[in-house]
Design a protein around this ligand. Structure first.
Ligand SMILES: [Zn+2]
Length: 420
């Protein structure tokens, strides 16, 4: 019979990773399963655990009760005791049930409360909750999630005796793989900042994760990477790199803890504030809002500093309160304002710069005796080009769509490359 399973919030800052739990279920519990799904939820929620990712497993099992029993056994064995785990089971496809699909969409874009999620879960499926039950929100959302755009991630897991110890991976092999398979894989190496971005820093069971649009180059990349021996790998379908969290909004509609795409005009130029953050202000017909390139976005801030008043931009990012600020994920410079400055006029006869003829006396050429009343406005070349700029991979949010995907037009729904 058909089963759909959602799991969320099994990890803590001390360890575990819900992807590992999902992978363990697929490898150990009897049944025929599809690729597990890693669904990233609203990245702006302050109480999220690390990447705010929930997992879904779909497939066929012979014995539903036994399946449930075995899953719960593994969940209770592996979950971090301090986590607020939620597990939801469905016998009917929750992606066909409207209130559940709506819940899923909202869990990616806004905030939801636990009680509503628990009630919804009980109405259509079976709910198991631990701690304060916050994980039920995500478990329900992942099980009910419909892909509009989709990417893959291969996760390589460490042997258990290595969990919590420094990761041993040959950096050069990651760089080489990135050179070969980019852009079919992406966010592997941040070349500008000379950092690999596939190995996590937490004490979780993940050695590294390779992201991309197609399974084959992802697996080939994994095969090229050398380092400590890998316990196992699992490929996940994900909504990473899809911008699914983004909603087009006007400035007057911006709400904290959502993610927006806003059209505006720069009205206050970029300024640096304490901590190395760079802030500028934009305006539309409904209001003004600050936009921030925070310190961890590193060299991205240099580009942001080149914006000037009058530039027309589209800003993508998460909305933060007090004061209302957009945490920039990427920005499109739609129309740049000509940058000008005033200089002394040049002589029409000899082409030399004229000199001031005295206070309020205008300008004159000493040689030809020509005069001009005012300074001349000239246009200076802008260093910033029209088009998109984005935060570097080291600062990218899981859900944010990298420009490489936008440029190559990978918005395809069901990719079947590599025979899957
Ligand atoms: Zn002259």
């Amino acid at each position: 019979m058909e089963i759909h399973l959602g799991i969320d919030d099994t990890d803590s800052h001390d360890g575990m990773c819900t992807t590992y739990l999902a992978s363990t279920i697929i490898d150990n519990v009897e049944g025929v399963f599809q690729l597990p799904e890693l669904i990233r939820l609203n990245p702006n929620i302050p109480w999220k655990t690390r990447g705010n990712g929930a997992l879904a497993i779909r497939g066929q099992v012979d014995n539903y009760r036994l399946f449930k029993k075995n899953v719960i056994k593994l969940v209770e064995e592996l979950r971090e005791p301090t986590s607020n785990t939620g597990v939801v089971f469905f016998k009917k496809d929750p992606r066909e049930i409207k209130p559940l699909v709506r819940h899923s969409r909202r869990a990616i874009k806004t905030t939801l409360d636990i009680d509503t999620a628990v009630n919804l879960g009980h109405r259509y499926g079976e709910v198991y909750s631990y701690g304060n039950g916050r994980g039920v929100v995500g478990a329900l959302a992942s099980a009910s999630h419909r892909f509009k755009d989709m990417t893959y991630e291969l996760l390589a897991y460490r042997h258990k005796n290595r969990w919590g110890t420094p990761r041993e991976v040959e950096e050069e092999t990651i760089y080489r793989a990135s050179q070969i398979y980019n852009p079919l894989i992406w966010d592997t190496v941040d070349w500008k900042h000379k950092k690999n971005v596939i190995t996590p820093n937490s004490p979780c069971p993940v050695l590294y994760g390779v992201r991309g649009d197609f399974i084959e180059p992802i697996e080939k990349t994994h095969n090229l990477i050398e380092g400590e021996s890998v316990a196992k790998t699992t490929v996940f379908k994900t909504n990473q790199g899809t911008d699914e969290h983004i909603t087009p909004m006007e400035i007057g509609e911006l709400t904290p803890m959502t993610s927006c795409k806003v059209d505006g005009v720069v009205v206050e130029p970029p300024r640096s504030i304490k901590g190395g953050h760079v802030i500028f202000t934009i305006k539309d017909d409904t209001g003004t809002v600050d936009c921030a390139a925070y310190e961890p976005t590193k060299k991205f801030r240099n580009k942001i500093r080149k914006l000037i008043v009058g530039d027309k931009v589209v800003v993508y990012g998460g909305v933060k309160p007090n004061p209302l600020t957009i945490n920039i994920e990427k920005l499109s410079l739609q129309e740049k304002t000509p940058k000008t400055k005033f200089v002394n006029p040049t002589c029409p006869e000899c082409n030399r710069n004229m000199e001031s003829a005295g206070k309020n006396q205008g300008y004159r050429c000493r040689k030809c005796k020509t005069t001009e009343p005012d300074k001349k406005r000239i246009t200076i070349k802008r260093e910033l080009k029209e088009g998109y700029i984005e935060v570097p991979p080291i600062a990218r949010r899981h859900l944010a769509k990298p420009l490489i995907r936008m440029e190559l037009g990978y918005d395809r729904k069901n990719k079947t490359v590599g025979g899957r």
